[in-house]
Ligand binder design. Structure first.
Ligand code: FAD
Length: 500
């Protein structure tokens, strides 16, 4: 095995994951040091969904020096301030998992602890009144953060909704213009070296391409990581039983909202993602509890506007590869595992995988200790997100279908039980080792799903109640005035980034 630097990388797959990998490497690797070839097959196509993101994507765009207005225009994008969850904790309930801060921390204690105390006494309004992003969602307002001192407008946290096909095309143009070579063709075989490393891929045309390193972005089939290397898969469907989705766009009938809506259904949930040219919709469901026909009909019955095209059926098994990086092959995107898009985490996991890969960037021999550490860290990311998703299902009062009865009563991972118990006691949540969702996200979802902690942080009682009341009123009024100052989401788009 050689300890020489990588000279050639082959990326198999040109969906979101493949082109994100190609674009970031084109940007980060010194020109001329490592050739990058991407193979994709138009006949096979991409999964074509994946329209909602989380704020970390701004870092990815920044890394690539992408002009945000240009990007939004070319992907028919809109802005996203959070997700509204409807009918999850109970029928006729709803809450926001909003990006950014909730209230304003006082004396080093999270705002929500003070709020929990006052709310229990009936002396505080709903949490949305103290949360900039939730209020902006409710009023369909948006603006980027501005230099405004202590104002919450300095810290507007946002992400995007975009057309996944246009996003991949955007990155493809970016990567190709920076030296990535694209090859059209179907990979039909993979050849291994004596040490089990991948040596080459063979296309249907008979052409064989060798490389030092391979990135598997071939989607659910996991052409290299699974079919060639037999890496194995951890199946999590006993915790996240949804295994199918039916997706369709529909005509927009109103101005785009600056948020995703997720509505719990009889056997899963339905997403609604507003873009500039249409609204994306899909029903993610458990086939054990509902037929494909019924799911499709439920989706069509719940569209705002006329469907655009035929609904597309997708099948998946929730879980992850036993190794994300195996020998000289890294799996990204759907090839690495799948968790339903309830919190829009898949594209982020591609980004996080790439960021980690760049920090462990290997030589030709792919040192095993680096590979193990990459796998350990990525497993941690996946498991924490998995727990966060399970939370939405297991903390519910819904008993109106077999599906919800299953979810309410299922055994959950110990790591999640511990988080829920700690929150129930005193409203505390700890973020471990930089896990993706912070304490505010956990608070918003746990409280939103219906858990009211028995207590709150002990230091809250140090503040006299009259003072606390005054501060809460002050924060509420600052939030109201800040949102008044924002243009509507549509006005903002019209002014800055309206697609042609
Ligand atoms: P794909 O898009 O499937 O691309 C696979 C590529 O591999 C294609 O180019 C294909 O041609 C190529 N290929 C396959 N086999 C071969 C072969 N033999 N030879 C050559 N090429 C080959 N993520 C989010 O972040 N937010 C969301 O809102 C979201 N919603 C989703 C909803 C659903 C229902 C699903 C299923 C996923 C969703 N995702 C979402 C996940 C997101 O779609 C994917 O993470 C993302 O699109 C990456 O996909 P991919 O590139 O890994 O795979």
């Amino acid at each position: 095995m050689s300890n020489a630097p990588l000279e050639k990388i082959i990326i198999v797959g040109g969906g979101t994951a493949g082109w994100m990998a190609a674009a970031s490497m084109a940007k980060l690797l010194r020109p001329g040091t490592c050739e990058i070839l991407l193979v994709e097959s138009e006949d096979i196509g991409t999964v074509g969904v994946g329209e909602a993101t989380i704020p970390q994507i701004l870092l990815f765009n920044k890394l690539l020096d992408i002009d945000e207005d240009d990007f939004i225009k070319k992907t028919q994008g809109t802005f996203k301030l959070g997700i509204e969850f409807v009918d999850w904790g109970a029928l006729n309930s709803s809450y926001f998992h909003a990006f950014g801060s909730v209230g304003k921390d006082m004396s080093g204690v999270q705002f929500y602890h003070y709020w929990l105390k006052m709310r229990a006494q009936g002396k505080a309004a709903g949490i949305d009144d103290y949360t900039l992003s939730s209020q902006a969602c409710l009023q369909k307002k948006f603006m980027r953060p501005i230099e405004a001192g202590n104002s919450p407008l300095s810290n507007v946290a946002y992400a995007y909704h975009f057309d996944a096909g246009l996003y991949a095309a955007y990155l493809r143009e970016y990567a190709q213009s920076r030296g990535v070579t694209r090859m059209e063709g179907k990979v039909v075989d993979t050849h291994l070296r004596h040490n089990g490393f991948i040596q080459s891929v063979q296309l249907e045309s008979g052409a064989v391409y060798e490389a030092d390193f391979f990135i598997d972005c071939s989607g659910f089939r996991g052409l290299l990581i699974e079919q060639a290397l037999n890496t194995g898969y951890d199946d999590w469907s006993h915790w996240l039983p949804c295994d199918r989705a039916v997706a369709v766009g529909c005509e927009s009938v109103a101005e785009p909202w600056p948020y995703t809506r997720s509505t719990a259904q009889k056997a899963g949930w339905q997403w609604r993602i507003p873009l500039q040219h249409r609204t994306g919709n899909g029903y993610v469901y458990a086939s054990k509890f509902i037929s494909d026909d019924e799911a499709r009909q439920t989706l069509l019955d719940n569209l705002d506007g006329a469907p655009v095209g035929e609904p597309k059926l997708l099948k998946f098994v929730t879980g992850k590869r036993k190794k994300f990086w195996n020998k000289n092959c890294l799996a990204l995107g759907l090839a690495s595992g799948f968790m339903e898009p309830l919190e829009s985490t898949s594209i982020h996991l591609v980004q996080a995988g790439l960021a980690k890969f760049m920090s462990f960037f290997p030589n030709k021999n792919c040192d095993e200790s680096d590979v193990d550490e990459y796998n350990r860290q990525t497993t941690f990311d996946y498991e924490r997100i998995r727990d966060f998703l399970i939370l939405h299902y297991c903390v519910t009062d819904r008993d109106d279908s077999e599906f919800w009865n299953y979810c309410r009563n299922m055994t959950i991972p110990d790591s999640l039980t511990q988080k829920i118990d700690q929150f129930k006691a005193n409203g505390r949540v700890f973020r471990h080792n930089g896990e993706m969702f912070n304490d505010l996200s956990w608070f918003e979802v746990m409280y939103g799903q219906g858990i009211t902690p028995k207590g709150y942080h002990a230091l809250v009682d140090n503040m006299p109640e009259e003072e606390l009341h005054k501060r809460l009123e002050g924060i509420k009024s600052v939030i109201r005035r800040s949102v008044d100052h924002m243009p509507t989401h549509q006005e903002f788009i019209n002014q800055h980034c309206r697609a042609k």
